[in-house]
Design a protein around this ligand. Structure first.
Ligand code: TXA
Ligand code: MG
Length: 318
């Protein structure tokens, strides 16, 4: 199969309506999308991505009204969050009704749903009379794609179309929340920060899980893996220790003199810019095929928490 890259939604509408898969841009990462109401299409998503069936998918739609038609209820605080941060990088886990096939939710009685903030994909979703199930458009466990080219590199020949909506503006996946025992639980750190959640939900209503306790089905310890071993630590010491190896360096804001292969995520130490560049840098440094990628712990605040979560999983090896 030849994979086309296009900036127009017309053929995406046609392909998706015919239960084919299309990679779509979102503000977080690109998604591998198909009709969420058709079990065979959903199965095809798992197959193309080589994803185990225990790892449920996120359903994408374009309005809170449409979300209501797929779930039993929306708790008040989730509704307030949805009004404030949708469209945006926030996913809600809600009790699902029978319209969404069990395969989407891996047999759970809840579904994850979000409204992505990307003009092209919002147009697409409003033109369709079904929602789109879409995991990130990478092969299972690999680095998430933040450009059409990243998707092409991993899925060329496996899907008919990639919708090119440019580079993703947020650059890391959505934050996932659920409402459990009258508390807001954060299941995955992402593009909406804990501070932003607290602003709407109130600090007292947030079940503050520690960084390493945050988990959802499919949030495996090893994820976003680079081919090149990735090591996290104090960069000057790591650079010294590995001076006889071929190294690439991924730093937050500091440039290291006399180092050839380095990617500074944000020279002005802006965590938003760092998140935007994170996966791009990982793809680029990995392609250099060095012995190691050396990186550091980012500030443990705002988007830094989500960045540290991605780096920890990328560095984890069995
Ligand atoms: O930003 C994003 O969320 C991107 C874009 C494409 O929207 N999507 C994404 O999907 O990151 P994916 O498949 O890579 O991650 C989905 C994760 C699952 O691994 C699981 O942790 C969680 O969402 N999830 C899905 N359904 C769930 C449910 N019913 N309960 C709890 N967690 C769920
Ligand atoms: Mg993913």
């Amino acid at each position: 199969m030849k994979t086309r890259i296009s900036k127009h939604i017309d053929s995406a509408i046609e392909l998706l309506t015919n239960n084919q898969l299309v990679a779509i841009p979102t503000e977080t990462v690109y998604g591998l999308a198909g009709n969420a109401l058709n079990p065979e299409t959903v199965l095809h998503i798992y197959e193309v991505k080589k994803r185990p069936h225990f790892d449920p998918l996120i359903v994408h739609t374009d309005s809170i009204e449409k979300i209501k038609s797929y779930v039993h209820e929306i708790p008040l605080i989730i509704h307030e969050l949805a009004q404030k941060y949708s469209p945006g990088p926030l996913t809600f886990v809600l009790p699902k009704n029978d319209r969404i096939p069990d395969l989407v939710s891996s047999g759970l009685d809840s579904i994850a749903v979000r409204i992505p903030d990307h003009p092209m994909t919002l147009d697409l979703l409003s033109a369709l009379d079904f929602p789109l199930a879409a995991p990130s458009a990478n092969l299972f466990g690999k680095i998430s794609p933040t450009s059409a080219q990243h998707v092409y590199n991993q899925l060329n020949g496996k899907i008919p179309l990639i919708l090119d909506g440019g580079d993703c503006s947020i650059g890391i996946e959505s934050t996932i929340v659920s409402w459990k025992n009258n508390k807001l639980e954060v299941l995955r750190l992402g593009g909406i920060t804990i501070e932003q959640l607290k602003n709407i939900a109130g600090e007292e209503n947030i079940h503050a899980l520690k960084n390493d306790q945050i988990t959802a089905p499919g949030q495996l310890k090893s994820h976003y893996t680079t081919q090149t071993p990735l090591i996290i630590g104090d960069l000057p010491s790591l650079i010294e220790k590995h001076k006889d190896s071929k190294i690439a360096v991924l730093s937050f804001c500091k440039k290291y003199d006399q180092l050839e292969n380095q990617f500074v995520l944000s020279p002005h130490a802006d965590l938003h810019e760092a998140a935007q560049n994170l996966f791009k840098a990982m793809h680029a440094l990995d392609a250099l095929k060095m012995d190691f990628i050396l990186t550091e712990v980012f500030p443990n605040t705002g988007l830094g928490l989500a960045i540290n979560d991605r780096l920890a999983r990328a560095s984890f090896r069995d």
